[in-house]
Design a protein around this ligand. Sequence first.
Ligand SMILES: Cc1ncc(COP(=O)(O)O)c(C=O)c1O
Length: 359
Amino acid sequence: MADPQTLKTDARRHHDPSVRGFASDNYAGAHPEVLAALTLANGGHQVSYGEDQYTEHLQRVMHSHFGPTAEAFPVFNGTGANVTALQALTDRWGAVVCAETAHINVDEGGAPERMGGLKLLTVPTPDGKLTPELIDRQAWGWEDEHRAMPQVVSITQNTELGTVYTVDEIRAVVEHAHGLGMKVHLDGARIANAAASLDVPMRTFTNAVGVDVLTFGGTKNGMLFGEAVVVLNPDAVSHMKHLRKMSMQLASKMRFLSVQFEALLAKDLWLRNARHANEMAQRLAAGVRTVDGVEILYAVEANAVFARLPQDVTRRLQERFRFYFWDEAAGDVRWMCSFDTTEDDVDTFVQALKEEMAR
Ligand SMILES: Cc1ncc(COP(=O)(O)O)c(C=O)c1O
């Protein structure tokens, strides 16, 4: 192990590792247990492109979480995971019904449309969640050749607004979608935070209620990088392997993706990390509620706090801590907690918020 003192003075270290903000859960580094697992997988030769022993073992680990039909396809990033999964679920004429706030709609640079050739049929929602009634606003016209054919419902758990679908809410979405002959994709960039919040195993709100395919978020949960498409219903997809390669998401040294998932999932690191991030968000929300004039916008159910405050206060605060406007005109901001957020980070931030509101 390198001496931390030496590292501090190493000219190759270009940042201060004691500085953390509330901008994103992927501003955090990798969890030390993940880094240790990478070292373990290093050395010697392993077959490339997923025929290695780490990827083989990962399938068994995934079975323990998602049941024996689950098959994991490790990929580089979440956009790639979503676009690959959605292509595998649709025909060329297919469309995907999703919330207007869905990452696939607002934060993937048009990749589902441009790279996946997919039409997104979006629905405004009050809290980032789809319901059977909201799905019906776009799920129609299957016989109409003038309309892209709604074939998939995509939900995000937890949502981009920090809210968490209950198990019953997902069951209702899946039953409705399946009843219409549609399949269900779950964007699980923060699936661990959702499971921690609901206090149930991940399978309870995925394969147990009939979700066809999910994307599992590793990066925000403590990996260096990497996500996985997890196929739960093999009959719902076609040609995942070919689509992953065609979508430029096939890693040659896949063992280094797979071993990171194993580090998270073989024991309880995924849950420890997610619980901690969620607890820090609760602490942050409790602190923010003590500050007059700051409004919390959505239920704080995972690791995000959305708030409305005067723009000038936000700008001053941003000189002290990194975080983003969510809707600048409205004065809405997003504060994210991660697995390495500390109580002290939260308390210092709340104190700064109080000071700036009082100025
Ligand atoms: C809901 C959601 N899906 C997917 C992703 C993954 O995106 P990326 O392509 O940046 O890994 C993110 C990351 O912010 C996300 O918040």
